[in-house]
Write a protein that binds this ligand. Structure first.
Ligand code: C2O
Ligand code: CU
Length: 475
């Protein structure tokens, strides 16, 4: 070997090899196969509960976890998705049409992909649909290719404010407008309350309210009761507050708050993906709902005044009055950690600073295993220095505590929970919706950077694969 006579050179190259060989191994090891079965990925975590009798090859396939196939639809819609230049429209606009249903309705939506080359899907954010209707490419369906269509069927089983968006290449498609609001009306709507929808979305052109730069003025007279349903479709938190009047937080993520009190001089920190319904009694001189100081909804007259967010935030941990959440979060069958960190490494062969869950990088993150009927507890800890709006599909969880402080207000039900740097939330829910469910950060670029795990029911098997010829790419 030529280097034998040059010990220094030999040493240098040995040092390089000592560095390069493991790096090459880490690189190689991080490569994802061309296509893979999500159910077979990750490190199985039983959360201290019983282990399965099944293997992941035997059980109910995701594709069979549908709504009652014999039940006729109460609401039928067609949503046609189109790529127009850099952006996306749904039935010709962005945001797309507002879908509406009454609670308990069977909703049937046909997605028509006119020309989106990457394929597309629809996910019903916050609606606990059956798994086969969840709209996650590669996990609950194949992406719908250009010229193809697919029908989603589910029961809108909870009244509230929700939204829909693509879950195929979602960090691109959602940001560029493939989204819309979904309102499920209660059985007995409050009479004499005027309802308005406020869909917030930042396009390349800037922040918008219901697709316009705003401010938007709605007709209202002093004494009127107004409910404003605010939907944050962006990647970051948006502070929301009311100028000119106190407000109440009527609902969070589609669930009514129990006995919400009056709020003054506090802003509401609306997480990415989250919704909040604000109640305002319009005073003499009008009121204005401010969204991040960039746009606003004027209720009647504009009260004027600065659009600066109040420095104090409303804390939902102690807001409203306690009530029975319907199960005992103290009697957990499974307890999981979802500890978010960050470190350098390779993700699918690409070097970078990537997110970790319990110290591991995607796809070696936990596969959280549950059985139907379990009471499930998660400690979601943010050990990174960025905020993460965490979104679990298919379920609503109730907040038990934050940094060890117990929740003392109304049951605080979430599907999109902002977890700030250094915070740990304990949340709990009942595993009542079998399937394979994403549990990810809704700052969608973070999801691409590996902040994705799944909740999986024992006895459920995959029907689809991520990647492959269909290019299923949920993030
Ligand atoms: Cu709003 Cu996984 O999605
Ligand atoms: Cu994040």
């Amino acid at each position: 070997m030529a280097l034998r006579g040059h010990p220094r050179l030999w040493l240098a190259s040995a040092a390089t090899a000592a560095l390069v060989v493991p790096l090459a191994w880490f690189w190689q090891d991080s490569l994802l196969p061309d296509s893979y079965d999500m159910a077979a990925m990750g490190e199985v975590d039983w959360g201290g509960g019983p282990r399965s009798q099944h293997s992941h090859h035997h059980g109910t396939p995701v594709a069979e976890l549908t709504a009652d196939l014999d039940r006729p639809a109460d609401v039928t819609e067609t949503l046609t998705v189109r790529q127009e230049g850099e952006g996306y429209t749904v039935n010709g606009t962005s945001p797309g049409p507002v879908l509406e249903a009454d609670v308990g309705d069977l909703v049937e939506v046909t997605l028509v992909n006119e020309n989106v080359e990457d394929g597309t899907t629809l996910h019903w954010h916050g609606i606990d649909v059956p798994n086969a209707a969840d709209g996650v490419a590669g996990v609950t369906q194949d992406a719908v290719g250009a010229g193809e269509e697919l029908t989603y069927r589910f029961v809108a089983d909870q009244a509230g404010s929700f939204w829909y968006h693509s879950h195929q290449v979602s960090h691109e498609q959602v940001r560029r407008g493939l989204l819309g609001a979904f309102v499920v009306h209660p059985k007995n709507p409050e009479p004499d309350v005027a309802e308005h929808l406020a869909v917030l979305h930042e396009y390349d052109s800037g922040p918008t309210l219901n697709g316009e730069a705003g401010p938007e003025t709605v007709a209202a007279s002093p004494g009127d009761e107004v409910r404003v349903r605010v939907v944050n479709t962006d990647n970051g938190i948006t502070p929301v507050w009311v100028t000119g009047a106190p407000y109440r937080v009527l609902a969070v993520d589609g669930t009514e708050v129990n006995e919400p009190g009056e709020v003054t001089d506090r802003s509401y920190a609306l997480p990415a993906g989250g919704r909040v319904d604000l109640g305002v009694t319009v005073p003499e001189g009008g009121a204005r709902v401010d969204f991040g100081g960039t746009t606003a909804m004027v209720l009647g007259e504009d009260p004027g005044g600065a659009t600066v967010a109040p420095t104090d935030e409303l804390d939902l941990l102690s807001y409203g009055e306690p009530a029975d959440p319907g199960f005992d979060p103290g009697a957990a069958d499974r307890e999981f950690d979802y500890r978010i960190g960050r470190r350098p490494g390779f993700l699918d062969g690409v070097p970078g600073l990537w997110w970790t869950v319990n110290g591991k990088m995607y796809p070696d993150v936990p596969m959280y295993m549950v059985s139907e009927g379990d009471v499930v507890v998660f400690d979601v800890e943010n050990a990174s220095d960025d905020a993460h709006p965490m979104h679990l599909h298919g379920h609503h969880a109730v907040v038990v505590s934050r940094d060890g402080d117990p929740a003392t207000g109304s049951p605080w039900w979430v599907d999109s929970l902002e977890v700030r740097p250094g915070e740990t939330f304990r949340i709990a829910f009942v595993a009542d919706n079998p399937g394979i469910w994403m549990d990810h950060c809704h700052n969608l670029p973070h999801a691409v950077e590996g902040l994705v795990a799944h909740l999986m029911y024992d006895g459920v098997t995959s029907s689809y694969r991520v990647g492959g010829d269909l290019g299923n790419e949920p993030e």
